[in-house]
Design a protein around this ligand. Structure first.
Ligand SMILES: [Zn+2]
Length: 433
């Protein structure tokens, strides 16, 4: 494990065997939570353990009474990578722990040994699951702030900049603008999986208008939010492989209707990004073609991306995106689980590729397809994610697909609940009205 991690990081600025590199890296990623030079100086002055050994497991580190509120309710501590012989907050190297979390060290190790999980958490060791439930990196920094304040007998609110209001990047991946055969089959399969055969048949056979742009735009307008819209830019139509028919979107970005819609979205303050198809996760040439098509339609360059179906490899995808001229990725989340894939609710830079990464914390299908929850249960999940972002001053992205605002799905009410919860918590989006 140690050997592997060093190998992965040899070419990067992050080298976990150099303590100072970890400190600099973690402080740069967690800048939101310690923005001023005075904040940083205080955190750097803490007597944090310098030990650099870890053994590949996970552990709960209980916090002292004066930091008890930084531990999530009913949990016994902060959940972090195990360090040799340490289960005590004084002996734990928090800089190393945070650097390992931000960089998904455990998943990278799994990928190196077994290949990419393509964003399905069920393929990972279930012992890791608590890592995905909270923004542990953010909580580590909140703990360090508290530690300094306790040590120096100065209240945290006087010693440090306030914990900032959370930020959510609202995003809409546009997989379909009409009810295609592939969409009928995919959604009917999910209905069967969730033991709703009648819904499956109805979905297969009924017709529907999946052009839902205006509904979403006016909903967001009511709350003063704008969003990021990710489009597929390859060819649509009939003459494609079976695999493309099944897995990729099918619309043509050059159709007049879509062209007008994309330009209108952009004109009204929304951002346009790329949603490249299934096979692009390690193929820069295919990605470039898609990106250029969207740029031609939009009349300007685009820099943001989320991989379709969250097809993703730590080793390959960010480098591929960089090669394609992209700069900011929103893929880092799970298909089958909401929460915090790298235990971090912050935008960070991947050292190997230079790509900026905003983690994905919640997707519509987490609530509907991958779990059979009723509305009360779904709202509870939405609240739990918003609460975690609020408490930890976090930043993350959320996906609500364009088509799901149609009554075939009826997932729009939950999106409205999300926007309402954001407003109540004064959570902002990067693109505000
Ligand atoms: Zn997609």
């Amino acid at each position: 494990m140690v050997k592997y991690f060093l190998m992965v990081n040899q070419r990067k600025t992050l080298n976990i065997k150099k303590l100072d590199n970890n400190i600099d890296y973690v402080l740069s990623v967690t800048h939101r939570l310690a923005p001023k030079s005075g904040d940083v100086k205080k955190l750097r002055s803490l007597p944090i353990s310098k030990q650099l050994d870890f053994n590949g497991g996970w552990t709960w580190i209980p916090l002292p009474g004066w930091a008890a509120d930084i531990v999530p309710k009913d949990k016994k501590g902060l959940f972090v990578p195990t360090q040799s012989g340490t289960s005590d907050w004084k002996g734990y190297n928090w800089w190393l722990g945070a650097a390992m979390l931000i960089n998904s060290f455990a998943e990278r190790q799994y990928e190196n040994e077994n290949g990419s999980i393509h964003s399905y958490s069920f393929r990972l060791d279930s012992k890791m699951i608590p890592a995905f439930e909270y923004a542990w990196t953010n909580r580590i920094i909140l703990f360090l702030r508290r530690w300094w304040s306790h040590e120096n007998h100065i209240p945290e609110e006087k010693a440090f900049s306030p914990v900032p209001k959370a930020v959510i990047h609202l995003t809409h991946d546009v997989d379909a603008v009409s009810k295609t055969l592939a969409i009928r089959i995919k959604q009917a399969a999910f209905s069967l999986y969730n033991k709703r055969p009648r819904a499956a048949i109805k979905f297969l056979l009924s017709n529907g208008n999946y052009w839902q742009f205006n509904k979403i735009i006016s909903l967001e307008e009511r709350y003063g939010y704008r969003s990021l819209w990710n489009f597929y830019g390859a060819r649509g139509g009939f003459f494609r492989s079976l695999k493309e028919h099944i897995f990729d979107p099918a619309y043509d970005i050059y159709s007049t209707e879509l062209k007008d819609q994309i330009c209108l979205l952009s004109k009204n303050g929304n951002k346009i990004g790329l949603h490249p198809r299934f096979d692009t996760w390690q193929d820069a040439n295919k990605m470039i073609l898609e990106k250029e098509n969207i740029e031609k339609v939009l009349g300007q360059k685009i820099y943001t991306v989320r991989q379709h179906w969250l097809r993703f490899s730590f080793d390959k995808t960010w480098k591929t995106q960089k090669k394609a001229g992209l700069a900011h990725d929103y893929t880092l989340g799970f298909n089958d689980r909401y929460g915090f894939r790298n235990s971090t609710a912050l935008t960070f830079t991947d050292s190997a590729s230079g790509i900026r990464v905003t983690p994905l914390v919640l997707m519509d299908s987490h609530l509907f397809d991958y779990s059979n929850k009723n509305q009360i249960e779904r709202f509870k999940v939405i609240d739990s994610i918003l609460d975690e972002l609020e408490i930890t001053g976090g930043e993350g992205s959320v996906i609500w697909h364009q088509r799901v605002f149609h009554s075939d799905y009826g997932w729009g009410d939950d999106y409205e609940y999300l926007l309402d919860g954001m407003k109540k918590r004064q959570i902002t989006t990067p693109e505000m009205a």
